[in-house]
Design a binder for this molecule. Structure first.
Ligand code: GH3
Ligand code: MG
Ligand code: MG
Ligand code: MG
Length: 300
């Protein structure tokens, strides 16, 4: 079941709460002052905290503010334990970030019901966060190849260029374009073209370090961002990729097919490259030259 932390200076109260919740299958840890409570929060990362407000030393308000103030623990629901039914205490506790309160002495049914309610809310919240993460990831990806999409690439470039400038790091942009792909589609069909595109995406990924970024820049164009990579090293990565593609046997509909790519490389720092847009433009110009020079080659 759930991992619950009870923080109360009264051992009797803590014991009663522990018994009630253990009987319902929960795992319960007890801390008898604020400091000990915060330590337990950090080490056991409980699913829920029952927190006494009036304690000697660090009181419940201060403990609650600490828990809510740290991103690592802010989402753990806190239920206050208030001995007085005084509204002002409850309001202050809720304002400190508590989700709810239980008045002492406990009525077992109420304690258990409130605990379970907040565990359910937490679970729901976590599943929403997970869905949100998955949606975000999906929104960043290209459907056919699974690589990052154009928008994500542009956003990453904007940020990465800023960082490269600030920390004086080198940053390379590589643009690849399949040669005569229109003719390829016309000859073998669009579906076969799609198979080539997804296979090419895997070759591109395999040619990169985990930290680098690969995106589908356009229809049959791929973009790579190489971090901490000066021009000569970027040229080598691009040349190795060009060679891998040239040597790869693409299998589609029992046919063994081959394609080649032309590649343009640009690297920051460079006197003519003041921003990320120019970096991409330079890579694009280099790619254009590679096409003009006869394709299946890298120009930087
Ligand atoms: P070049 O060597 O100059 O790049 O010639 P190209 O034919 O590759 O260039 P062009 O830009 O004229 O054509 C790109 C082609 O890429 C057009 C289109 O049929 C194909 N293409 C773009 N997106 C997709 C896609 O998602 N799937 C498939 N199968 N083909 C695509
Ligand atoms: Mg107390
Ligand atoms: Mg193109
Ligand atoms: Mg092309």
């Amino acid at each position: 079941m759930a991992n619950i932390l009870v923080i109360d200076d009264s051992r009797l109260i803590a014991h009663v709460a522990k018994n009630m919740l253990t009987a319902r299958g929960h795992e319960v840890t007890v801390a008898t002052n604020g400091e000990e409570g915060l330590e337990a929060v950090a080490t056991i990362k409980p699913d829920l905290i029952l927190l006494d407000l009036i304690m000697p030393g660090m009181d419940g308000y201060a403990v609650c503010e600490k828990i809510k103030g740290s991103p690592a623990t802010a989402d753990i629901p806190v239920i206050m334990l208030t001995s007085k039914a005084e509204t002002a205490d409850k309001v202050r506790g809720l304002e400190a970030g508590a989700s709810d309160y239980v008045t002492k002495p406990f009525e077992e049914g109420e304690l258990v019901a409130r605990v379970n309610t907040h565990l359910r809310i937490k679970e729901l919240y976590e599943s929403l966060q997970e869905t949100n993460r998955q949606l975000q990831e999906l929104a960043n990806r290209d459907g056919l190849t699974g690589l990052y999409n154009h928008r994500y690439f542009q956003d990453a470039m904007t940020k990465d260029f800023q960082r490269a400038m600030r920390y004086h790091e080198s940053l390379s942009c590589v643009l690849c374009d399949i040669d005569f792909f229109k003719k390829f589609n016309d000859t073998y069909g669009h579906q076969t073209g799609d198979i080539v595109l997804s296979t090419l995406a895997r070759i591109v990924e395999d040619s990169l370090r985990d930290t680098d970024l690969a995106a589908r820049y356009g229809g049959e164009e791929f973009a790579l961002v190489l971090y901490h990579t000066p021009a000569a090293a970027a040229f080598m990565v691009a040349e190795r990729l060009r060679e891998s593609v040239e040597q790869h046997e693409f299998i589609a509909n029992d046919l063994s097919l081959s394609v080649t790519i032309s590649v343009g490389v640009a690297t920051y720092p460079h006197p003519d490259i003041p921003d990320h847009k120019t970096l991409i433009e330079c890579a694009d110009k280099a790619l254009y030259k590679a096409k003009e020079n006869g394709r299946n080659q890298v120009i930087s």
